[in-house]
Design a protein around this ligand. Structure first.
Ligand SMILES: Nc1ncnc2c1ncn2[C@@H]1O[C@H](COP(=O)(O)OP(=O)(O)OP(=O)(O)O)[C@@H](O)[C@H]1O
Length: 452
């Protein structure tokens, strides 16, 4: 731990200039930090917070953060410095412990009628501690006023039902996941359909009075093209309660338990409308290939179809969103229940350029021509491949720093910026995950069964 020696002000009497200089430096540093925070808030469109900061800290319009210096870059550079020094990334924030805040753990207590769940906390009380325990399902919204506790009366429910509910409720996503529509680069068709299903009916209810919204949307396409990313953006930006399930959610060794959990899932979803149920890798849950089907999976699939019918008939307020890499494996009966079946394709050249820019961040010295060349050379890359490419490119700089550190024993200055040579080097070590043949297979399927 660093030692801090506090010099009594008295002993500095002989050194007034030094003392004043230190004071000025500290003041200036504080002022600079405030301007950086202000800049960060504005860039992230947190305008109310920016205005409040400007007023409280009396920031003047005559100053602004210098170009290319912002909190984001500082944090990146600090992380890379830390990595170079300790071979691991620093932990910047940590979850506040219950004992530090004095807030009791709500997952173990029966919530009172007036209590609201703090974001990110457990959503229900244990049935063993409370006869009429309640679920707290938190609709996702930017507007905290919309955050309501949805009471769930378990009084007439069996113990099995309550146990299944306890498990399923863990899949409800209570928080803003920090992914915005803007992060889903080039996925405009899918974004528009998801907005039509969830965002617009709330914004313009009068337009949707006699118009049923989309109840089932299937996203399919090659791996890593942003299907899950879209779901995360919907969870963050849409004003619906969001529940994310996979085949693992329903795994049980007990006969009938998986179907029971499915029923409970749809029950809970209906209780907290508007709700989006997102099923990742739907093919793992409901494949249509009858020869490898087992009685249990047939029962499960039939329950799934029944439950989907329950939400698609009439205005249930529940949207079923699913994703798959293998749409051709899905049961045709299930397929027909998805009104919108949208192919999320590999990005074309223009989009590859945008995605690469998006993930590369700002610590680089590539120009427009370099970005164009990268887009040409990354034909067949998915969004996920491009993100991995950016990571590899950044690692090249880190590796260089580490080897310099090992040679010299110390590190000089900030790490250099990424350049085009780094990208070329990284590209030599990477191949796309999807072949042109596979892409063609998706397009053929879209031409036969798609709906967008
Ligand atoms: N269009 C895109 N724009 C920006 N980033 C993207 C895009 N597509 C993919 N990515 C990046 O790749 C990561 C992985 O993508 P994601 O998990 O959404 O792919 P997926 O289509 O769901 O893959 P899989 O089918 O294998 O589940 C995302 O978290 C994101 O960082």
């Amino acid at each position: 731990m660093a030692e801090i020696s506090i010099i009594p002000k008295r002993s500095l009497r002989g050194l007034p200039n030094l003392y004043d200089k230190t004071k000025t430096e500290v003041r200036e540093r504080k002022r600079n930090i405030l301007y950086l925070i202000f800049n960060y808030l504005v860039e992230n469109r947190l305008l109310t917070a920016a205005e409040a900061l400007q007023n409280e800290a009396q920031l003047s319009d005559q100053y602004q953060a210098c170009e290319n210096i912002d909190l984001d870059i500082m944090l990146q550079e600090y992380q890379s410095y830390y990595y170079t020094k300790f071979q691991k990334y620093p932990k910047i924030v940590r979850r506040v412990d219950e004992s530090e805040t004095g807030t009791p753990n709500r997952s173990k207590k029966k919530p009172s009628a007036k209590q609201r769940a703090p974001e990110g906390k457990e959503k229900y009380a244990s049935p063993s501690e409370s006869e009429d325990f309640q679920f707290e399902i938190i609709p996702l919204s930017d507007n905290p006023k919309v955050t309501e506790k949805v009471p769930y009366d378990c009084a007439n429910r069996s113990n099995e039902w309550q146990e299944a509910a306890e498990r399923i409720s863990k899949e409800f996503v209570p928080n803003n996941l920090g992914v915005t529509w803007k992060d889903c680069v080039g996925l405009d068709t899918a974004i528009e359909k998801l907005k039509e299903a969830t965002v617009y009916p709330m914004l313009y209810p009068e337009l949707f009075k006699n118009l049923p919204t989309w109840k089932g949307v299937l996203l399919y396409g090659p791996p890593g093209t942003g299907k899950t990313l879209l779901a995360k953006a919907l969870a963050s930006e849409g004003s619906t309660t969001f529940v994310n399930v996979t085949s693992g959610t329903f795994v049980s060794k007990w006969r009938g338990e998986s179907e029971r959990m499915l029923g409970v899932l749809f029950d809970l979803a209906r209780q907290s409308t508007p709700t989006t149920i997102f099923i990742d890798e739907l093919d793992a849950l409901a494949s249509g290939r009858s020869q490898c089907q087992h009685e249990a999976s047939r029962r499960f699939k039939s329950e799934l179809l029944t439950q989907i019918d329950g939400i698609t008939s009439g205005e249930s307020g529940v949207l079923l969103l699913a994703s798959t890499n293998a749409p051709w494996d899905l049961d045709p009966a299930l397929l027909r229940r998805f009104e919108k079946r949208i192919l999320v394709e590999l990005p074309d050249e223009g989009r590859r350029q945008e995605i690469f820019r998006h993930h590369l961040g700002r610590s680089h010295c590539l120009d427009d021509e370099d970005f164009r060349k990268v887009a040409v050379k990354t034909e067949g890359f998915s969004g996920s491949d491009l993100r991995t490419l950016c990571k590899e490119v950044a690692m090249r700089v880190v590796r260089e720093e580490i080897s310099q550190m090992n040679k010299r024993g110390y590190r000089s200055g900030a790490p250099r910026k990424v350049n085009y040579k780094d990208v070329e080097g990284a590209l030599e070590t990477m191949k796309p995950c999807t072949t042109p043949y596979e892409c063609e297979k998706y397009r053929e399927w879209r031409d036969k069964y798609g709906s967008w």
